[in-house]
Design a binder for this molecule. Sequence first.
Ligand code: F0G
Length: 457
Amino acid sequence: MARTVIEPFRIKSVEPIRWTTRQEREDLLRAAHFNLFLLPAEDVLIDLLTDSGTGAMSTKQWAAIMEGDESYAGSKSYDHFRDSIQDIFGYRHVIPAHQGRAAERILFGVMCKKGDVVPNNTHFDTTRANVEFVGAEAVDLVIAEGKQPSLVHPFKGNMDVAALENLIQKVGRERIPLVMLTVTNNSGGGQPVSMENVRQVSEICQRHRIPLYFDACRFAENAYFIKLREPGFGSKSPKQIAQEMFRYGDGCTMSAKKDGMANIGGFLCTNNDLLAQQEKNLLILTEGYPTYGGLAGRDLEAIAVGIQEALHEDYLQYRIASTAYLGNHISENGVPIVQPPGGHAVYIDARAFLPHIPPDQFPGVALANELYLEGGIRSVEIGTLMFGAAARMDLVRLAIPRRVYTQSHIDYVVETILEVFKKRDQIQGLHLAYEAPFLRHFTARLEPMAHAAVNHR
Ligand code: F0G
């Protein structure tokens, strides 16, 4: 019999989490204008808002932090950081940045100009915003299977290579300064990209002399999915798989807040000497000197250790198993989710969960709020509030912080979701009371529809 996959660590330091009553949560949610972003984190019992920067560090990382060299220039912590990254990624230049979006801003600032086009399997929202900020167009080319929530496919993050060829024919290679692949595809459900797809995309890029960059945030989870699902990779280590994948590219952006296992940090890599020089010049302007790039020496040390730990096979086995555990348990009980469960998160299909709430009444927000009221769980809407009427789906993402919650926490989350599922007919939609001109989901204020009816009387 297969044994239970256990957490491959024991707990040395604990952080209490705080219970609230249903009445308190009702008051807190009202005070937060029915927007979970506006809630004080200490009033959340289990926080699944994001897996970014929320992980627990290991004893080795904390020990490395004490070794942090805080020298302004030439810090030895930078050498540790660069060597550890080069060992996995293999790129010639490693440029630290305070987080992923800082690396994106510098990359697109140097490589793109107005009128350019950047293809990606699916741009994450900060990636898209940084492409558009320099006047270029961000185009998403994920395969058709990647757009159907209930469809099971092993590599739903793959890029549609025929669509990439067509785009290059249509706009011309001069207008495409780079192609990007996001591993795993966060906006598409945390779904992986296969090595075969990486090879095909790389071959097309080489033929047209277009550089290929990875948005590498969750590269270790992607490598493990390749090991599990792609023929020929079962006996390779996640590190060997990651090394192979990065050889097909020319560079990457990375948020070390994900598979860097750190609470802050990121980096930019490239094999191009000229670009690296330009990137460092921009870096000095806003991030800092190229041996620290907006990070403390201790942060560089934590990342140097964390990025290797993210590739440990027992960790990845537990990581992918615990996300699947949550996804499969709720799915077996009828809850509609994006199939199969992703690496870092489970995405509930809120339109299918709450068919009586039309998209313009924010079914994803309604469901996320109900999970908080029922059990003190915080999740995030990825749908009409985030993207406006253009949203193709209304999803609720349950992102799992790395090495933070145990199986009983996840059991509690499953129970809460199933309780809410039983009462789904009673859940109401919401309407907007205030919205900012851009990125409105962070600060929006909402009201339940019933209140609106009362107010109109
Ligand atoms: N790319 C992807 C695929 C991401 O998921 C993120 C962040 C970034 C880039 C930007 O990195 O936050 O360090 O600036 N995703 C977080 C999330 C915020 O909740 O999914 P950052």
